[in-house]
Ligand binder design. Structure first.
Ligand code: SF4
Ligand code: SF4
Length: 447
């Protein structure tokens, strides 16, 4: 096993971590797909309101590559297609039948996987809408099925804190995970399984699969950080990555020939009524995850997909294709009386100006900035935490000056989109958003 030591980053001490407990939820009334939340695609609808779909029926495809399909996570009737400004498709809702039907795909057992042609294997995964589970560095777009990647990295742990724990989602799934790794080995000669050192002991019997052990603060176990610190050839910058839970989905699909609908979702944050894991459906309504408890949505901010790189939503929304965590924190809209002279013993921050710098406990986080954007004071905090040695403030300034070549020279493409630079910036500068958006624009320009 290779040990990878990442010195830069930041340990987030945020209260409300989900426990390792898992509860199976009953079936929701509806599930949904959120095309707007899937980056880099241009969706083209294959259904309309009133159509009936099975689990696994194609709902939309990517206009740029119609072989990239997204399928229904439920069987029933399409009851709503919600469009946003400029006809962006925000939400496609399926009202579930009591007895749901499945589309039938071809199944492959362990022996067949070893001998099936690689293009047939890729075709099978694509037909069931599971190809987008593979993403490609450095842009984190859907992997190109026409190339063989230098490596496929399986991230067992969360890229962000509060994501589902592998000790929970892998319990009693060792055989399925093993089958999943066999599938990945047909797609690339190098399959890397990475785990954070902090969670390695929890993996129990599956720890034997780990090839790279990442040591260091968040986001040491991000696949982009791993590549940055271990690469021996620039070609490795285009490695693919896949989440540990998604390896189980691939394996389950190829074993059964049915689209896998089960997901493990973690719910945390100081306002989450039950901080634990839930075994539920893909595309589940967010409110279904907290259904037994009345939630005052005027005071709660729902964050889907990660504390630093997720997005804010409401209880009316649904879990997206990639999102497997829900964080519930105070909106924090109320003004603090003389907030500017408070010592900040309970405010999570990297700044030494707050006494919390010396407080090792997990602290409650809310959704306010506690101030407005100010000019950069060259404190260097963003550089100190960046795990891939970018100078975020200079990269940001290059982008604002439209000097994209200079931003690239600063290492823009190495950015792993961890969000730490924005989090630690005392001037509240949205470095992360600007870098991420520019990376995305650069990718589209290359197309
Ligand atoms: S520049 Fe990118 S990698 Fe560096 S801290 Fe900011 S978001 Fe993370
Ligand atoms: S953390 Fe913010 S204020 Fe400090 S150097 Fe970076 S951009 Fe400037």
């Amino acid at each position: 096993m290779i040990s990878v030591l990442v010195k830069k980053g930041h340990e987030l001490h945020v209260a409300g971590k989900p426990s390792q407990e898992i509860e199976t939820l009953k079936k929701p009334d509806s599930v949904a797909l959120l095309p707007e939340k899937i980056p880099f695609i241009k969706p083209r609808l294959k259904i309309k309101v009133g159509d009936r779909v099975k689990i696994g029926s194609t709902v939309f495809e990517d206009k740029r590559n119609p072989d990239i399909k997204f399928v229904s996570p439920g069987g029933g009737e399409i009851t709503d297609i919600h469009f946003g400004p400029r006809r962006i498709i925000k939400k496609i809702v399926v009202k579930l039948d009591r007895e749901e039907a499945f589309e039938d795909f071809s199944a492959l057992d362990e022996t067949e996987i070893e001998i099936v042609e690689k293009f047939e294997l890729i075709k099978a995964i694509m037909s069931a809408g599971l190809w987008p589970l593979f993403r490609q560095l450095p842009f984190r777009n859907i992997a190109d099925p026409n190339v063989t990647p230098p490596a496929i990295i399986v991230s067992l742990n969360s890229i962000e804190p509060f994501q589902p724990s592998p000790a929970v989602y892998l319990t009693e799934k060792a055989q399925l995970f093993d089958f999943g790794i066999t599938i990945l080995k047909r797609l690339s000669d190098t399959v890397i399984v990475s785990s954070s050192a902090k969670h390695f002991a929890d993996l129990d019997t599956l720890s034997g699969y780990v090839t790279h052990l990442c040591k260091g603060p968040y986001p040491a176990d991000d696949p982009g950080v791993l590549v940055y610190h271990t690469k021996t050839d620039p070609a490795q910058n285009t490695s693919w990555f896949i989440d540990g839970q998604d390896v189980l989905l691939l394996a389950s699909f190829l074993k059964t020939g049915k689209y896998p609908i089960e997901r493990t979702i973690s719910v945390g944050g100081v306002l989450a009524p039950e901080k634990k894991h839930f075994r539920t459906r893909a595309g589940v309504p967010l409110r279904h995850l907290t259904q037994r408890h009345p939630i005052d949505e005027k005071t709660v901010r729902y964050i889907v997909g990660g504390i630093l790189s997720g997005y804010a939503d409401t209880g009316d929304s649904y879990a997206g294709f990639y999102e497997t965590s829900l964080l519930m924190i105070p909106r924090g809209a109320e003004k603090e009386f003389f907030g500017f002279i408070r010592p900040g013993f309970n405010k999570p921050s990297r700044s030494r100006a707050f006494l919390s710098y010396f407080n090792p406990s997990d602290l409650p986080m809310d959704a306010t900035y506690h101030g407005e954007e100010r000019a950069c004071i060259n404190c260097g905090y963003c550089t100190d935490v960046c795990p891939v040695d970018i100078l975020p403030q200079f990269t940001y300034k290059s982008i604002l000056a439209d000097e994209i070549e200079e931003a690239l020279a600063h290492g823009l493409l190495d950015c792993v989109e961890c969000g730490l630079c924005s989090y630690v910036c005392p001037s509240k500068i949205e470095l992360f958003d600007v870098l991420k958006t520019t990376k995305m624009a650069y990718y589209l320009e290359q197309l």
